[in-house]
Every structure is written in C-alpha cells, then in structure tokens.
Design a protein around this ligand. Structure first.
Ligand SMILES: Nc1ncnc2c1ncn2[C@@H]1O[C@H](COP(=O)(O)OP(=O)(O)O)[C@@H](O)[C@H]1O
Ligand SMILES: O=P(O)(O)OC[C@H]1O[C@](O)(CO)[C@@H](O)[C@@H]1O
Ligand SMILES: [Mg+2]
Length: 464
C-alpha cells in the first residue's frame, strides 16, 4: 500500500461534514470497576433489566444492564441518555481517564485535516469554546458562519459562541478479558470494544441553522463530497412542539441544497446505532434515497434490515455476521435505496458492495479499503492519529487470522449467478490485539475509504 501516493491524491480534495460533534469523556473499565457497579444492585434486578433491554438510559440500572450486555457479547453499543439532571449527575461518580474529540464530525474532521485534505468544512449546530478547542488547529479545517449575510469560513477556534452548550458523551471502553461475576455466572469480555452513553440534550437539534442553510448550495459547490451523520440524535418530539419529522424533512432538503449547484457532489451517510425504530425507519426512507454511499457496522446493518422487513436476515447477521448474510443485506440496501456503495465494517473485515458497472476498478476500490484498515489499526493502537507519520504503526499490524478464509468466501460469492450484477470487495481488518481505545474506529474507516473513493472518481472524471 503506497500511503504517500494515496495521501497525495487526497491533497486536492475538499469535503463538507455535518452534524454531530461532542466531547467523549472516556473511562477504561477494569474487573473491579465492573464488579462495583454490579454490586450496587440485586443481581436478579440486573438480569431482569437485561431481558427488558432498555433502549434509553433513565436509571443507573438501565445503564448497568446494557453495559453488562455489551461486555458479555463484546459488541459495540451506543445508548441514548434520558435528558434529566439526576441521571446525568449520577455519571459524575466516575473518575474518567481522558477527554477526547467525539462525534462523527469531530473525529472525521480532525482525521481528514491531519491527512492533509485541501479543505475540511466542519459544521455542528452547537460550538462552545471547549468544543472548538478540540478541533485540530490547521488552516485546512474550517467552520462555516454567516456574517452580514456573507458565508465566512474560519477555524473553529475563531468561530465558537460563548454561550453555546457543550455536549458530553460518556464512553466506557473495555479490553478483551475483563472478568466479573453476575450472580453465579462468570463473565469475561470476548473482545475489546466500547459502550457509549450518548447525551440527548433537549436544546440540541440536528439541523443547519437557518441563516447558513441558504448557503448550502454555495458550500456544495466548494467541495467534492460530504459526509453526513448524527441523525441518531433526532427525537420523535421536542418540548417546543417540533417533531422528528420536521427535522428529517429539513435534513432531506439539506442534502438537495448541497447538491443543487454541484451534480458531481458525492454524499456519504455514516450510521450510528438508532435505538428508536420509528426514527430509524424514517432516516432510512427519507435520507438513504438521497445519498450515494453509506457506512455502517454489522449491527447497524442488521437493525436497518429489521425495520424494513427483513427480520430473519437481520437476526442471522446479529447472531453470526457471516459474510454471505452481510452481502445479502448490503444488496438489499443498495437496491432499496438506489445507492452507489454500501460499506460495512465488522471486527474482522471491511467490505464494499457496489454495482458491476461502478466506474472504479477493483484495485482502486480495494486500495481505499486497505487505507481504511491502516487508519483503523493506527488509531486502535495509538488512541489517536496525530500525524501522518503515525500510519507506519498501523501498517505494521498484520491482517487478522481470518484473512484467507474471508478471501475464499468472497471469491465464491462473487461467482454466484445472483451476484453477477454486483462487485463485493473485502479487506480483512488489521486487528490490534490490545487497542488503546476503539471509539471512533468506524468513523475513521468510513471517512478514510470514502475520501479515497471520491479522489479516484475525481481522477477518472478529470482524465476522461
Ligand atoms: N482492535 C481493533 N483493531 C483494529 N480495528 C478495529 C479494532 N476494533 C474494532 N476495529 C474496527 O473498527 C470498527 C468499529 O466500527 P464502529 O462500531 O462503527 O465504531 P464507531 O462507531 O465507534 O466508530 C470495527 O468494525 C472494526 O473494523
Ligand atoms: O450519537 P451522538 O451523541 O452524536 O454520538 C456519536 C458517538 O459516536 C462516535 O462518534 C463514535 O462513532 C463517538 O465519538 C460519539 O460519542
Ligand atoms: Mg460507527
């Protein structure tokens, strides 16, 4: 993998990002931490609550139950926190280990700025001083504002609003092999992963502020692509009478406004877990038909399939996440929403599914996935990518042990007659045995692959 050449390709690419940035307050859990949490409750209460499977955290018990479930399965999870003073304060009991830029826009804008893209325009509806300070302070990372009716692009640190609220998510990271007892059951985490307690402040609305919205066609004309994310925070209704439908309708129009003056603008939607099934369905039906590419992990793929009528396949993916099922699910999304690319990242592989007539060659497509695995292994190993030189760390992490098996499965699948109109490219992950942290690895993978995809398309367009 020629990293220098790949990066060189990105240096004339510009991108727009919206909507979600926050502060990730991270705690690395050990055996004792978990046991102490469990010992706060009667074990049967926890077991009962795990079965109930709360989709929002309203009490400490909701949190402990969902956390244990995530640690027992080793699966990534993100659960919204009910917007209530008391439960919010309860989370201050922990001694957190570090604070870090969080949210797809936060993580991706910093990464792409460091990778040396020409221009990264990062938008988030709330930008406090503390949040602004977490953005990389480089000339290519800009925040859009409107001053006297004009679109102004300035560094986040020069654009913050003193009285904007700060959004904090608590991240509980666990390594593989964390041990604890739940009654007479000994549990050991099967792999390293993260549990996100996602705050959902009433005043946070996933939208482009009105004065900036009319500038979207201009912004769309200044960039080659966009990554949109954060929709998972949209609520069904708000205290001021606004509804999820109101914000989803605006979100759909935002995409059309971005594309208005730039027909070649490629838009990628990065998923996160959307516990509210009604909102999940609306996001799929309203937004997916208007974007070109989508990135998600296998759990998110399964959950979307579940709300569009493919329960059996959804359960298969949740249970085993076999390549065949993930391919089947990706084909359904590609067809259902007329997408250009469905990119799914799992613990053991990253995969593209696209149509046979995709303008890029298999080699080009694979290159973008290979670059994405190097980004992920670098970030997993170091916790953060501070400089392109860090990438040599990720390059040294070998592909995981299922590399050959996965390659043979995909080779078989590609030959099947029902797959003749598709191309599926798979690259095994470079799994870091003992990752510093895992939060944001999916965002890292998807953004690294997507900007590579757009840069190869751009080369093709220019050389045509
Ligand atoms: N230890 C690890 N080493 C390398 N890659 C990892 C490791 N753990 C997870 N990954 C990659 O990161 C991805 C996590 O994606 P996702 O669950 O979307 O995270 P997030 O939404 O927090 O960015 C996995 O699908 C896998 O490809
Ligand atoms: O759903 P929210 O509150 O926007 O948070 C998204 C979460 O997902 C991440 O971006 C990782 O994908 C975290 O950094 C962040 O806490
Ligand atoms: Mg993700």
């Amino acid at each position: 993998m020629e990293i220098k050449e790949y990066l060189n390709n990105l240096s004339n690419l510009s991108i727009f990002l919206a909507y979600n940035a926050n502060v990730d307050t991270i705690k690395y859990l050990n055996d004792k931490d978990v046991q102490e949490l469990i010992d706060l409750f009667d074990v049967n209460e926890i077991i009962k609550k795990i079965e109930e499977y709360p989709r929002i955290i309203k009490s400490p018990l909701d949190f402990v139950a969902r956390l244990i479930h995530s640690m027992k399965t080793g699966k990534p999870a993100e659960v919204p926190l009910y917007d209530d003073e008391e439960i919010n304060k309860w989370f201050n009991r922990f001694k957190y280990d570090e604070e870090r830029m969080g949210g797809q826009v936060g993580i991706i804008s910093n990464l792409l700025s460091i990778l040396g893209l020409k221009k990264v325009i990062a938008y988030t509806p709330i930008l406090s001083k503390k949040q602004a300070e977490m953005f990389v302070n480089k000339d290519n990372l800009l925040y859009p504002s409107v001053v006297d009716g004009n679109l102004i692009l300035k560094k986040p640190i020069e654009s913050y609003r003193e009285d904007d609220p700060l959004k904090i998510n608590r991240i509980f990271e666990y390594k593989k092999g964390v041990k604890f007892r739940l009654g007479d059951e000994e549990i050991t985490t099967p792999q390293a992963n993260r549990f996100i307690v996602a705050s959902r402040p009433e005043n946070l609305r996933i939208e482009i502020r009105d004065e900036l919205r009319e500038k979207l066609p201009k912004i769309g004309d200044m960039v080659d692509c966009a990554i949109l994310s954060g929709y998972q925070a949209i609520k069904e209704e708000y205290k001021d009478g606004k509804t999820g439908d109101y914000y989803l309708k605006k979100a759909k129009e935002d995409i059309k406004l971005l594309k208005k003056n730039n027909k070649n603008l490629k838009v990628h939607l990065e998923f996160a877990s959307i516990p509210n099934r009604a909102i999940r369905k609306k996001i799929a039906d309203n937004l997916l038909p208007n974007v070109d590419c989508v990135g998600m992990d296998e759990t998110e793929l399964a959950n979307v399939l579940n709300v569009i009528g493919y329960d059996k396949l959804s359960n298969e993916i949740l249970k085993k996440s076999w390549v065949e099922d993930v391919v089947e699910g990706s084909k359904i999304l590609l067809e259902e929403y007329d997408l250009e690319i469905v990119q799914v990242h799992t613990m053991y592989y990253i995969m593209y599914l696209c149509r046979e007539d995709n303008p890029l060659t298999n080699e080009e497509l694979k290159k973008t996935l290979e670059f994405a695995t190097i980004l992920a292994s670098t970030k997993a190993a170091l916790g953060n990518i501070g400089d392109v030189d860090d990438l040599k760390v990720g390059l040294e992490v070998p592909y995981n042990e299922y590399r050959d098996l996965l390659a043979s499965i995909v080779a078989e699948l590609s030959k099947k007659p029902e797959n003749k109109d598709y191309r599926m490219l798979l690259v095994p992950s470079r799994l870091v045995k003992n990752p510093k942290s895992t939060v944001g690895l999916g965002d890292t993978i998807s953004s690294g692959a997507f900007v590579g995809y757009v840069s190869f398309l751009k080369n093709k367009l220019n050389s045509a």
